[in-house]
Design a protein around this ligand. Structure first.
Ligand SMILES: *Cc1c(COP(=O)(O)O)cnc(C)c1O
Length: 366
């Protein structure tokens, strides 16, 4: 006999991250993980290096200064913020604390895969509801609610589809859910959204005791490698998370870098403006080449090649040119590739490569 985990653990498909290297290619254009186009904020890098002087000291387990800085930046009460080793950390904790055997977790068909992994790990049944035009369907989500439902996860904007629900639809979702169901609004891409009808989630968190908003430093703030996320939650949820999280889940260097990233002048504004302009450029080039591009509010686009064969061929063609994007088979979108909006040069490279692929593809296949 050998040790075995709970049976449901072996039903979990491991998370597939974006690849970062290609054999035999020196300079890779990595557009596979939705990392910010401009790298690490210089101030955050300096703060991280400076923290190397005190590595023998335990971090502040409560991340007090960091929560204060986040609160100031976003106009939120630091007492209702909990930090984590990436927002993934907080997603896991919420699933383990509020889910478990006999409970159900609702997410959408093409929702972020970490919800399904963490939910199954907790022992919950994970229910994926149909989408409409790759967009969350509030009615379908509400129809899936049962007495066993404990958690509903929605990324807004969603990764990998890029779709967004306006504030009114999110409010309708919340209003239609039982009060005892925790709604988790994952706003990892909030800083990229340029729409007046968007609300990242704080207003709903303030309005009742049953909604949580998660955020990350991995995207526009350029700190994906450090693992830093946070959530804004009702006091009772904050209390639960502080009971179960690892006491020092965010290390000292990361706390310092996070504070400095928030203080980097113009960083977010510049990142958002670049993204809005170059996301449109990338979409236009791909559309012109004959590729369907789904509307996106994030720092990526979902390119739809209509068939899996063509998407796989396009992926191979890009790899041949040193460009890594993200295959979408694990998201049940095998005919699509997700492409991060990189620098101006990277957008030009991937755009030209896909235009060339489509030209050759048409010639080859009529
Ligand atoms: C990238 C991403 C995150 C961020 O995860 P971290 O653990 O903070 O790096 C969370 N949710 C979604 C939908 C994402 O795409």
């Amino acid at each position: 006999m050998s040790p075995s985990p709970r049976p449901e653990i072996l039903q979990i498909s491991p998370y597939i991250g974006g690849e970062s290297a290609l054999a035999g290619v020196n300079r890779v254009v990595k557009l596979s993980s939705n990392e910010g186009a401009f790298g690490t904020p210089p101030g955050a890098r300096a703060a991280y290096l400076a923290a190397a002087e005190d590595l023998h000291r335990y971090p502040d387990g409560g991340a007090t200064a960091l929560r204060r800085a986040i609160g100031r930046r976003f106009g939120l009460d630091p007492g209702r913020i909990v930090c984590g080793a990436g927002s993934d950390d907080l997603i896991y904790l919420l699933c383990l604390a509020y889910g478990g055997p006999g409970t159900e977790l609702i997410m959408t068909a093409h929702g972020f895969s970490v919800y399904a992994i963490a939910g199954a790990f907790a022992g919950s049944r994970v229910i994926k509801t149909p989408e409409r035009d790759l967009t969350a369907d509030v009615d379908a989500m509400l129809a899936a609610v049962s007495p066993a439902t404990r958690l509903v996860f929605l990324a807004n904007p969603n990764n990998p589809t890029g779709s967004l629900l306006p504030a009114a639809e999110i409010a309708r979702l919340r209003a239609g859910l039982p009060e005892e169901v925790l709604l988790v609004l994952d706003a990892a891409y909030a800083e990229y959204v340029d729409r007046a009808d968007y609300e990242a989630g704080a207003a709903l968190v303030d309005a009742a005791a049953n909604t949580v908003m998660t955020r990350t430093f991995s995207k526009i703030f350029g700190l994906g490698g450090l693992r830093l996320g946070w959530c804004y939650a009702p006091p009772a949820v904050v209390d639960v998370l502080n009971r179960v999280r690892m006491p020092f889940n965010v290390n000292a260097a990361v706390q310092a870098a996070g504070i400095a990233a928030l203080a980097e002048p113009g960083w977010v504004e510049q990142g958002r403006a670049h993204n809005t302009a170059y996301r449109a450029k990338l979409a236009a080039v791909l559309t012109e080449a004959g590729i369907r591009v789904w509307p996106s509010e994030g720092n990526f686009v979902l390119a739809d090649f209509a068939t899996e064969t063509r998407a796989v061929a396009a992926d191979g063609f890009l790899r041949g040119r040193g460009v890594i994007v993200r295959g979408m088979k694990s998201y049940a979108l095998p005919h699509c590739l997700r492409i991060t909006v990189g620098t101006a040069e990277e957008v030009a490279i991937v755009g030209e490569a896909l235009a060339a692929f489509m030209a050759g593809d048409r010639a080859d296949h009529g």
